[in-house]
Design a protein around this ligand. Sequence first.
Ligand code: UDP
Length: 239
Amino acid sequence: MSQLKPTYERVLLKLSGESLLGNLPRGIDFERTRSIAQEIKDVYELGVQVAIMIGGGNIFRGAEGTNAGMERSAADQMGLLATIINGIALQDALEREGVFTRHISALEIKAVAEPFIRRRVIRHLEKGRIIIFSAGIGSPYFTTDTAAALRALEIRAQVILKATKVDGVYSADPLVDKTATKFDSIRYLDVLNLGLKVMDATAISLCKDNDLPIIVFNLNQKGNIKRAVLGEAIGTKVN
Ligand code: UDP
């Protein structure tokens, strides 16, 4: 174990499906997945308990189905299955880095992943197993951001680390608007009132009502997950 003292003992890392894309238009870039797994291992080696909520947008989003006329619930079930595929890929990548993991799916899929049993998941974390949550909360009309907030609260994580492709929360989309400015910290209510795209409103409200801080940071900068866990001022803190 490292001598560096982490600020957080238990974290929930939200990885979008997009984070596994690398340069691909769709699907899973295995090299990118491996590099993320290495970064997660670095955090684990600090002695931090890590749970991950994995998204599915690199494979399928419910909205793609509904835009084509599908029933929302059916389309969202496809999205949920996409997150399970990513969960399998991430588990494999982490285990090839030599860490122990458990894949927990909110949809029953016994041969692939365990069901969510709160006490059991906490026990896994205490035993040094990295948790991968997939299938969101298992119900349509939700996102994996909201699922991240819910599971973080249930397992008593001290913070949500929301990995993105920008440096934090901006006044406008910095990839589109060059005059956008970055916030070092921002209140939950301001995120909601200004309509800033950090996480969806349900997720932000859940964090706000339960005082769960969110650190929004750029995953494309190597070492950032570790910096966030060590309490370095990176990205934007929502609290
Ligand atoms: N989804 C859902 N319920 C949940 C979480 C996810 O129905 O609790 C579906 C929804 O269709 C969503 C898809 O799964 O579009 C993929 O999740 P998300 O869009 O949150 O993934 P990300 O944007 O993080 O890659």
